[in-house]
Design a protein around this ligand. Structure first.
Ligand code: HEC
Length: 169
């Protein structure tokens, strides 16, 4: 095939133009961004993870009180409060629900009653407070369209590696 001279010239010009433009691009390319410093990424657990911890302390609280291990019951109450506080701080809102405020509304009262019952070593009062707390766990689940998550008194220990009876001193 014979390529006409005019066409040859056009191809040559185009090739040259392309070469120039890539050179210009290479020159004007912005400097590579500095590598960001290596810091650990902040990890915020999801609400269901906080709830898992809350469930553990809720269960252990019952198992301790049932054995009249008031020291351990007080400890579990403290842990329960701590996780509730962390939840309020880190997940104040969940799917447009003011979870933080809801926790205050339904949990603070029963926890105060449970603290008083534990302090007084009063099992009857403790059971009343525990049932109220549990009822309120479930009322929040219903309010949050999670009515299928139903909490109740533990029927047995899920922690066979922990003795809930008071330690013999
Ligand atoms: C302020 C509202 C609120 C209160 C109070 C509350 N929950 Fe929840 N809980 C939720 C919501 C919302 C979910 C669903 C979270 C999701 O789907 O990410 C949940 C989920 C759960 C789950 C399911 C997680 C799983 O892995 O199975 C358990 C268990 C649970 N809650 C236990 C409790 C217990 C025990 C209490 C009371 C001591 C309690 N919750 C009190 C709002 C609440």
């Amino acid at each position: 095939m014979i390529v006409p001279a005019k066409l040859m010239q056009r191809i040559a010009m185009a090739t040259l133009a392309f070469a120039f433009s890539t050179a210009a691009l290479a020159q004007s390319a912005p400097p590579a961004p500095a590598k960001p410093p290596e810091v650990p990424r902040a990890y915020i657990p999801g609400l269901e993870q906080f709830m898992g911890w809350i469930q553990t302390h809720h269960a252990k609280l019952w198992l301790a009180a049932r054995e009249r291990n008031w020291e351990l019951a007080a400890y579990q109450l403290g842990e329960l409060k701590e996780v509730m506080g962390d939840t309020q701080e880190l997940i104040p809102n969940y799917k447009s629900l003011p979870i933080g405020e809801m926790i205050d509304a339904v949990i603070t009262g029963p926890i105060t009653d449970l603290e008083a019952a534990t302090e007084a070593r009063d099992l009857k009062k403790f059971i009343a407070g525990y049932d109220k707390l549990t009822e309120n766990c479930n009322s929040c689940h219903s309010a949050a369209s999670r009515g299928f998550i139903v909490i109740r008194r533990p029927t047995a220990s899920a922690f066979s590696n922990q003795d809930f009876a008071p330690a013999r001193k």
